[in-house]
Design a protein around this ligand. Structure first.
Ligand SMILES: [Zn+2]
Length: 282
């Protein structure tokens, strides 16, 4: 590597290099993952490996624009503790921990932070952390992305599983893993496990959004025992490659916009403030 070229990953930098990364306003990609069961055919590190790969690969292609940093490897998983190989962090701890990490980068001079979430149940905590960071700082913005949402449009075109059947250790996640970690996939052990419908208002699909009612029961009560939610049989390494490339492309496009996004000064229209408001001049 050319010594002048910016390095993609924080852990490979010296402190002067880390300082330059912040000065260059590189967008910080923080992977937030989980160690959890992914059915009998995938290893428990799936969420972590996918988002680490996605962040590192994106940073390798655009080290001028983004920097990837070490993963937060454990997530909110209390509903899944009936399965072996799963670790859970209480949601309040996760929020505070991720916020502390994100704040550190702001304190070091970074102005754009993105939490790259790899685990469904981290979605809400990550979104809350991003909002906390925005609320707390005048010159820094933070956002959160569930990585699979970056490939939603593509999934609508290439998926074989019907909507409502792609949620966990499914066609999507298995395809990703066949692409980046084929030695961690055991196709002969793959089983289809579609959750029984409990209400017309409740459904969860990774790639097509959720039903109107937010209700997540304990996994051991709803799973037939495999831990799968979906049908991994239609997964292929080629679909995984397409998903990975689509996510990188959309992530780079968003990072370009996010880096350039202006941060306006906050206004205070209350009785304590003096900002003029065109709609109120009493
Ligand atoms: Zn997963």
């Amino acid at each position: 590597m050319n010594p002048q070229e910016p390095k993609p990953r924080l852990e490979d930098m010296t402190w002067p290099e880390a300082r330059r990364a912040a000065q260059a306003n590189r967008v910080v990609l923080i992977p937030v993952g989980a160690i959890e069961q992914h059915g009998p055919h995938l290893t428990v590190d799936l969420d972590n490996r996918i988002i680490t790969w996605l962040c590192d690969e994106t940073a390798k292609r655009r080290p001028d624009l983004v920097m990837s940093v070490p993963i937060i490897p454990y997530g909110f998983n209390t509903h899944n503790m009936g399965f072996p190989g799963t670790v859970s962090v209480e949601v309040e701890h996760l929020i505070n921990y991720v916020a502390d990490v994100a704040r550190s980068f702001v304190r070091q001079g970074h102005k754009r932070i993105i939490l790259i979430n790899g685990h469904g149940s981290n979605s809400m905590p990550c979104a809350l952390v991003a909002r906390k960071i925005v609320n707390e700082h005048d010159d820094a913005l933070a956002a959160s992305i569930n990585h699979w949402n970056l490939a939603r449009d593509l999934a609508a075109k290439i998926r074989d599983t019907p909507v409502g059947g792609m949620a966990h250790a499914c066609e999507f996640e298995t395809s990703w893993y066949m692409h980046i970690a084929p030695d961690h996939v055991y196709p002969e052990k793959a089983v289809a496990d579609m959750l029984a419908e409990r209400s017309k208002q409740i459904w969860v699909d990774l790639m097509a959004g959720d039903g109107p009612v937010a209700f997540i029961d304990d996994w051991s009560r709803v799973s037939n025992g495999s831990g799968v939610e979906g049908d991994p049989a239609t997964a292929t390494a080629e679909k995984g490659r397409l998903y990975a490339e689509e996510e990188i492309k959309n992530l780079i496009a968003f990072c370009e916009e996010f880096q350039a996004m202006p941060v306006k000064p906050r206004r205070n229209y209350t009785a304590r403030g003096t900002d003029p408001n065109p709609y109120y001049n009493a």
